[in-house]
Design a protein around this ligand. Structure first.
Ligand code: GCB
Length: 600
């Protein structure tokens, strides 16, 4: 009861919250399957470190800010900015790796894009952003459309009434300052790429359209498909069709007073698995709208210390991945860059990837699904969040909600992770247990986890002890024996006791080595040391740990991090990749690959 009250209090706080995330409309499911006009391209931009274009000199929001994109002659009337005279950068794209002067810039940048459009009778038009890091203010034709907080999840606005026939001016102010009250907070070990980092598009839908749908196996069955289709607006009596031709499912229904239609049908369903990533063409149609998607079906559950995929125990042969492009080392901007990273995971022999430490782009998850890779998806509740603050909770909750909403039909996503390495305490427990309860309520068909930290029983008996064990389905832990804790010889000396009767996963282990640095296996920062750490840790997992259900070593590729300052070794990169920032495979890559060849 107490838990429910806390949850209710926090949820109502989140409803009251609205300053930073404003004007948003419910997310349109599967925008790539709609009629879209891409607004990607080269946008004019300039940096505005003092936020002069947003606030006046008393720091009040300026009604005549830069978003007005005023056209004056600067002779008889003046203004102190000019998009027309400003350089351009690619959208999507981070500004850090596109503009040398903005490499370490953290603050506000204004971007402008002009595009032709037409008001269409009987249609609604939405402006959709795949993601923009971190706080985004959106203006169309001089009017405020809305704001979004959080750098890794999608958002959209209905702009039907603001669009003009002919040329339209879209102005976006993106602010990537690190602040203690943000999520993630002021310190984290990845690069704070700023900008509009994912696709921007105009989505055209009928007045009454299929806003969202959930298609999955009916919980507890493997022979029944269930679908819940939600139309925009809350109107009863609309006709909705749901079909999966290959399964001979072709159903008709009508919406209830909430604008929702429900379907259920038995069929002989071929289940999705890493060995056989079967997806079915699904069609959802209403009186005026129609969406097609590709959807797979599987079950995921736990039994004691095992994880069961489609009823059978599975070992998750994983790797952790940051959404940073191979070779060029900036925020990923196109699907080919997703494919390179996932291809490397496949080459390692993975059947699973941990997409750390924030929701990756939608195509990453879809490509993984086509390739047969299971996914852990995570929100950036990382290290020292301000646990006591309601607005911070509301922000984390919103990011969790947007993550689940977008990927709810991706059968390869089996784990929602709510946090990474967070310090123990009552306020944290309240915050995280409420997030877990929310995720479970919104999506009872997946497992909940979080990356915990070690909390040992004695110097030789390693363990994880965390109050959050009650709220998660899988006990996942990051452990760095041999790196942050002693050297590799310690790995051979320790043993483990984990008291929870739940599956255990090692969400991280690893050590750093720049590619090509050679030496003795006892010399840290060498490839030999890193490979030895992998060999010893894998042996420890096999011989001196309770059964482990999966691992995702840290990390696939060296990635940029402003915390990694050691010259000639790190040079601004976290070097724990099994592949370098230039795509070279290190010795540890082959150690892990060998292990995965035989591990089932
Ligand atoms: C961790 C963090 C990860 C860091 C890694 C490291 O435990 O979860 O974000 O990058 O350690 O390299 O220290």
């Amino acid at each position: 009861m107490k838990k429910i009250l806390i949850l209710a209090a926090l949820l109502s706080a989140s409803l009251a919250y609205g300053q930073r995330t404003e004007g948003l409309d419910p997310l349109i499911q599967h925008v790539y399957g709609r009629e879209i006009r891409s607004l990607n391209g080269y946008w004019n931009y300039f940096a505005d470190p003092l936020e002069t274009g947003y606030y006046d000199y008393r720091r009040r929001p300026d009604p005549n800010g830069f978003f007005k994109d005023k056209q004056v002659d600067n002779v008889t009337t003046w203004k102190e900015y000019d998009f027309d005279l400003s350089p351009v950068m690619a959208v999507p794209g981070d500004w850090n790796t596109q503009v040398h002067q903005l490499f370490h810039y953290e603050g506000m940048v204004w971007l402008r894009h002009k595009f032709p459009a037409a008001r269409e009778a009987g249609k609604r038009q939405y402006l959709y952003f795949g993601a923009s890091n971190y706080l985004t203010h959106v203006f169309l034709n001089g009017e405020h459309v809305g704001d979004h907080e959080g750098g890794y999840t999608p958002f959209n606005f209905d702009v039907t009434d603001l669009l003009r026939d002919g040329e339209n001016t879209l102005v976006v102010a993106v602010d990537n300052k690190r602040l203690p009250e943000r999520v993630p907070t002021i310190i984290c070990d990845w690069f704070n790429y700023g900008g509009i980092t994912r696709d921007v598009m105009l989505v055209s839908v009928p007045e009454r359209f299929v806003e969202s749908y959930t298609v999955r196996l009916k919980p507890g069955t493997t022979d029944t498909v269930e679908a819940v289709v939600r139309m925009n607006g809350k109107e009863a009596g609309q006709h909705v069709g749901f079909a999966i031709p290959e399964l001979k499912i072709d159903l008709r229904g009508t919406t209830d007073a909430d604008g929702v239609a429900r379907f259920e049908k038995r069929a002989r369903i071929g289940l999705w698995s890493p060995e056989s990533p079967k997806l079915y063409a699904v069609e959802i149609a209403s009186d005026d709208d129609r969406v097609e998607d590709e959807i797979g079906f599987r079950t995921i559950e736990t039994r004691g210390r095992e994880i069961l995929l489609n009823g059978k125990p599975i070992f998750l042969r994983g790797i952790s991945i940051h959404e940073e492009a191979a070779f060029r080392n900036g925020r990923i901007a196109k699907v080919e860059e997703d494919r390179t990273l996932l291809g490397w995971a496949r080459e390692l022999g993975c059947n699973y990837v941990r997409l750390a430490h924030y929701p990756h782009n939608e195509q990453m998850v879809r490509e993984a699904e086509r390739m047969g890779l299971l996914v852990w998806s995570e929100i950036p509740v990382y290290w020292t969040i301000l646990w006591e603050r309601e607005d911070v909770y509301a922000n984390a909750l919103n990011q969790l909600d947007e993550m689940i909403e977008r990927d709810q039909n991706r059968c390869n996503v089996i784990i929602w992770s709510i946090a990474n390495e967070t310090p123990h305490g009552d306020a944290r427990d309240r915050f995280l247990s409420s997030l877990a309860a929310y995720a479970r309520e919104k999506d009872p068909t997946r497992l909940i986890s979080m990356a915990m930290e070690r909390n040992d029983k004695s110097p030789e008996v390693l363990s994880v002890q965390d109050n959050m064990n009650e709220y998660v389905d899988i006990i996942s832990l990051n452990e760095y024996v041999g790196w942050y804790d002693g050297t590799n010889e310690k790995i051979d000396r320790v043993r483990w006791e984990i008291d929870y009767e739940k599956p255990v996963m090692i969400s991280e282990f690893g050590g750093g080595a720049p590619y090509g640095k050679r030496g003795e296996a006892t010399e840290i920062w060498t490839e030999e040391y890193q490979a030895d750490l992998y060999r010893k840790t894998l042996r420890m997992i096999e011989e001196r740990m309770p059964p482990v259900s999966g691992i995702s070593p840290w990390v696939l590729k060296d990635f940029r991090s402003a915390r990694r300052l050691l010259p000639q070794t790190q040079d601004g990169f976290n070097r724990k990749g099994v592949i370098s920032d230039r795509g070279e495979r290190k010795q540890a890559f082959y150690v892990l690959q060998d292990y995965y060849k035989t591990k089932r």
